[in-house]
Design a protein around this ligand. Structure first.
Ligand SMILES: [Zn+2]
Length: 464
């Protein structure tokens, strides 16, 4: 797909041409959304409505990407919202740019050394990351950016229903060189006297500040204008105090704690980040990050090296997210962020990815969001849409079924996930060996017997 030189309208049309209509209509489910599923609708309202409706029939919901201080982007966004509302479609907004940037390079946001000289932490790339304790003064400008967007929607009588952020490299972050920089900073060491010995204390304090900035500058403002909107940020989700993956820009500092699993180094993570930020949907990240395959040489099945890690992430979020909070993971199939010049690793198979998506659904996912480079858009969506449509055949389990199994086998073998509704369960069993034996698992003190059935959901009764 040659997206680089096509207009947004051509891009939308290529998705409509390349994807079938859902066989199980979307109904009340959250649509598929994502980084390539945004852009400008054509000027003719009739044609724009046709595109929105055709994408909805394929399970896709567009988001308007709004930029603060950009009148034209706001006009386009509000127009998309109006057309979505006229068609009774959910109004989606991608507002990342309204949250940038707390660290804007200004002197008064930087660390201060023992001689009173300011300095920034350059270990995160081009942004001048500064002092976590010197950000209060930045709130007014960010809040005003946020307000200008969501007030415009309200003034146009449009009810925004879904807002997502991809706010990453900005604000307090404890990874990379941040701990080392803080140890050199007079302000940081005044706030955290045991900083050098206590990584957890440093992490907790930074995550609390980070969460509060998001609540005060994004969630609280959006909810004033659009109290029913779901609001979430990339990589912020309930979890059990551990993170099984690294973002592309993150490295573990020397001396920081970790939990080893083969060559993987999982990180303890501040548990209350999601609650304190106030987000209303959970937004974990389940990607085929390039290093993942090399972490698990103990698994002889290539696909299980991917599947295992991704299922750990999905299960951690699924088991920790309350049933009333929608869970919408970011997903990506093609090997993610492979560095130039590095040896290629075996690509996760299409089949294993499709199985993974089914297990994320049974472990609590309500929908998915997709990130990918432009050239992968159609092939990624073809796989994702198929999984979305398959899950859509079971609306009674999606809306009222409770995920009951979160185990991640430590060896390749049968993997079982299930949502329970009364005495029956919707089950998926995926095998990574040749065994054909039935598997027995315990659910609420009763036995569930699961025969092998490749590539399909099974509806099974719970035994004694
Ligand atoms: Zn500092």
């Amino acid at each position: 797909m040659s997206t680089q030189h096509s207009t947004d309208e051509e891009r939308f049309q290529s998705l409509i041409d390349g994807l079938p209509r859902l066989t199980n209509p979307r109904g009340e489910r959250l649509p598929l959304r994502g980084s390539r599923l945004e852009g400008e609708l054509p000027p003719d309202d009739g044609r724009a409505r046709e595109i929105l409706a055709a994408l909805d029939a394929r399970g896709i919901g567009l988001c308007a990407r709004v930029k603060p201080h950009d009148t034209r982007s706001l006009e386009c966004a509000v127009r998309m919202g109006r057309l979505q509302q006229e068609l009774d479609l959910p109004v989606g907004v991608h507002a990342s740019e309204a949250l940038y940037g707390f660290f804007n390079g200004a002197e008064h946001t930087l660390h201060v050394d023992s001689h009173g000289r300011s300095f920034s932490d350059s270990s995160f790339g081009s942004r001048r990351m500064g002092c976590p304790f010197r950000l209060e003064s930045r709130k007014t400008e960010i809040q005003s950016q946020m307000r200008s967007i969501f007030e415009a929607y309200r003034n146009a009588r449009i009810d925004v229903s879904f807002v997502y952020f991809d706010w990453e490299i900005d604000g307090p972050i404890e990874w990379n060189g941040a701990w080392a920089s803080a140890k050199r900073c007079r302000v940081c060491t005044e706030h955290l006297p045991d900083l050098a010995q206590n990584f957890f204390g440093f992490q907790k304090r930074l995550r609390r500040i980070r969460s509060r900035l998001q609540r005060e500058c994004a969630v609280d403002i959006i909810s004033q204008y659009h109290p029913n909107a779901l609001v979430g940020n990339y990589a912020v989700y309930p979890h059990a105090g551990i993170r099984y993956w690294y973002d592309y820009f993150e490295t573990l500092p020397d001396g920081a704690p970790y939990i080893a699993d083969q060559y993987a180094r999982y990180r303890p993570w501040y548990e209350h980040e999601f609650d304190e930020a106030g987000y209303t949907f959970a937004n974990p990240v389940i990607y085929t990050w390039y290093p993942t395959w090399s972490w698990y040489p103990g698994f002889e099945v290539d696909d299980y090296r991917w599947f295992y890690n991704m299922l750990l992430v999905a299960s951690n979020a699924g088991a920790s997210t309350p049933s009333e909070v929608p869970l919408v993971p970011w997903v990506h199939w093609h090997t993610t962020d492979a560095p130039d010049g590095m040896e290629a690793v075996p690509q996760m198979s299409e089949c294993a990815y499709r199985e993974l998506l089914a297990h994320t659904f049974l472990r609590g996912a309500d929908s998915w969001m997709m990130w990918c480079p432009a050239g992968e858009t159609l092939s990624e969506l073809q796989l994702l849409q198929k999984a979305y449509d398959e899950a859509g055949a079971w609306p009674q389990y999606a809306s009222r079924g409770t995920p009951v199994l979160f185990e991640v086998p430590r060896e390749p073998g049968p993997v079982v996930s299930a949502r329970r509704r009364g005495g029956t369960l919707l089950v998926r069993r995926t095998d990574f060996t040749d065994t054909t034996d039935a598997v027995r698992v315990r659910v609420d003190g009763r036995t569930l017997t699961v025969p092998r059935k490749d590539g399909e959901y099974q509806e099974l009764p719970l035994g004694m």
